[in-house]
Design a protein around this ligand. Structure first.
Ligand SMILES: *Cc1c(COP(=O)(O)O)cnc(C)c1O
Length: 438
């Protein structure tokens, strides 16, 4: 069934929508009709005019198995026949209960055994922050109220999650709204941080193995394990933000498996539902959970929640997502895709004078643009944005972070599609760069 529009959706969009992370004057300019997508299959998205695009960033890092996957569609449809939403305050439902168990079993170690649901990555972080602070308040260490976060971290855009973020472009403007945070650039700095040594920190937050928004910055090997050890030594909680890295992105189901680390809080969102519906989970330990027990009048309850907490459709999508990991060789596909991706990236700087360097872990890649002599494009050229726009003409949708082009294909991407994705970036970078060559 299709909707009847009095105007075409592009015109309605320009008149009535406000897009995230988007300069709206440029967006609304009459000469810039926006791209309106209409449907998708696998790794391909189709625009209203029929043009096909490869979804090179998995719809902002959410999609795992492709668009319109029959199992996820079916999982949502079956739940739709029962109910779409009921409150998780005062009642439970099967999809949430089964999903919580599956997530606790699936995550590394045996420690994570309680799941607190919310709506998105930012709220998964907010939950972890508030649980940590309240835990220490009511378990004998109220002085543990500070958080340690890493430079250039990204944990979401709500005020709490942004307080622990460190990307100046997104966060500086709102700094008056943020709570104070101890910031470190590496584990060595953490080791010497007075608040940390003095037992004043509630928790340390980290995006394990790779900081996505920080242009796919890769942490040195062993860093995560070192961090776990330091947190153990000082009795500080470790919050791992696997909102990007969870569900196979880095090659293992969860990034923390690669260093045999189990956090005290694990935040999951983005890929949790396969990229179909907004749902998040903050997993934690029996120890944390027990710190909230007591008679009602003891006021140890966690007073936090959202109207759509544990939305049944979202939980059904997440269950279907996990079932695909069981019924299809997904991790094997990821491994093959990741190997091909590294071959293709290895050839890039040689085949394109405007790509200086590349980084990759699993099916996450960053490609840094530069002029042939290795210097940066002038900031006023907005090279990254321009290259992504040109890449559209070559059938690829993806996004830049500054002058780094990101590529995070869905796991269903075929070798031929992956080659087309990388080649679209190469062509677009070359077309753009050549304008700067006299
Ligand atoms: C996307 C992301 C978030 C925020 O998730 P939202 O669902 O956009 O609120 C937090 N941390 C990381 C590492 C992310 O990639």
């Amino acid at each position: 069934m299709s909707h009847e529009f009095s105007k075409n959706p592009a015109a309605l969009d320009q008149q009535f929508c406000w897009h995230p992370f988007t300069p709206m004057e440029e967006w609304c300019a009459p000469e810039n009709p926006p791209l309106i997508l209409s449907h998708g299959r696998g790794a391909t998205l189709y625009a209203q005019d029929g043009t096909a695009y490869l979804d090179g960033n998995s719809s902002i890092w959410t999609n795992l198995h492709g668009h319109c996957h029959p199992l996820i569609n079916e999982g949502i449809r079956r739940q739709l026949e029962k109910f779409s939403h009921v409150s998780f305050l005062g009642a439970g439902h099967a999809p949430a209960a089964i999903l919580a168990e599956k997530l606790c079993v699936l995550t590394p170690g045996k420690n994570l055994c309680k799941a607190f649901f919310s709506d998105n990555g930012s709220t998964a972080i907010e939950v972890a922050l508030k649980l940590a602070v309240q835990f220490w308040q009511q378990n004998g260490a109220p002085e543990r109220s500070r958080f340690v976060a890493f430079d250039n971290a990204y944990h979401g855009d709500t005020v709490g999650a942004a307080s622990v973020g460190g990307v100046p472009l997104f966060h500086e403007r709102f700094s008056t709204m943020h709570f104070p945070v101890d910031r470190v650039s590496c584990v060595e700095e953490l080791e010497n941080l007075p608040d940390f040594r003095a037992g004043k920190c509630a928790a340390v937050l980290l995006e394990p193995l790779v900081q996505g928004v920080n242009r796919m910055h890769l942490w040195p090997k062993g860093m995560l394990r070192q961090l776990r050890r330091l947190c153990d030594e000082t009795g500080t909680f470790l919050i791992l933000d696997e909102i990007l890295t969870g569900f196979g992105r880095t090659g293992t189901m969860f990034a923390c498996e690669q260093e045999d680390v189990c956090p005290d809080f694990l935040c999951l969102a983005k890929g949790l539902t396969g990229g179909y519906l907004p749902l998040a989970a903050t997993l934690t330990t029996q120890h944390v959970f027990d710190g909230f027990l007591g008679p009602r009048q003891a006021q140890r309850t966690f007073f936090y929640g959202h109207s759509y907490t544990a939305n049944p459709l979202g939980c059904a999508a997440a269950l279907a997502n996990l079932s695909i990991f069981e019924s299809e060789p997904v991790l094997e596909k990821i491994s093959n895709l990741s190997e091909l991706l590294s071959q293709l990236l290895a050839g890039l700087p040689g085949n394109c004078p405007f790509i200086k360097s590349t980084r990759q872990i699993g099916v996450i890649a960053g490609m840094d643009l530069s002029l042939p002599d290795g210097s940066d494009f002038p900031a006023t050229a907005f090279a990254g944005h321009a290259v992504c726009k040109i890449a559209r003409n070559h059938g690829l949708l993806t996004r830049n972070i500054g002058d780094t082009i990101t590529l995070l294909p869905p796991y269903c991407t075929t070798p031929e599609e992956l080659e087309r994705m990388v080649s679209a970036i190469r062509k677009a970078a070359t077309e753009f760069g050549e304008r700067f060559i006299p």
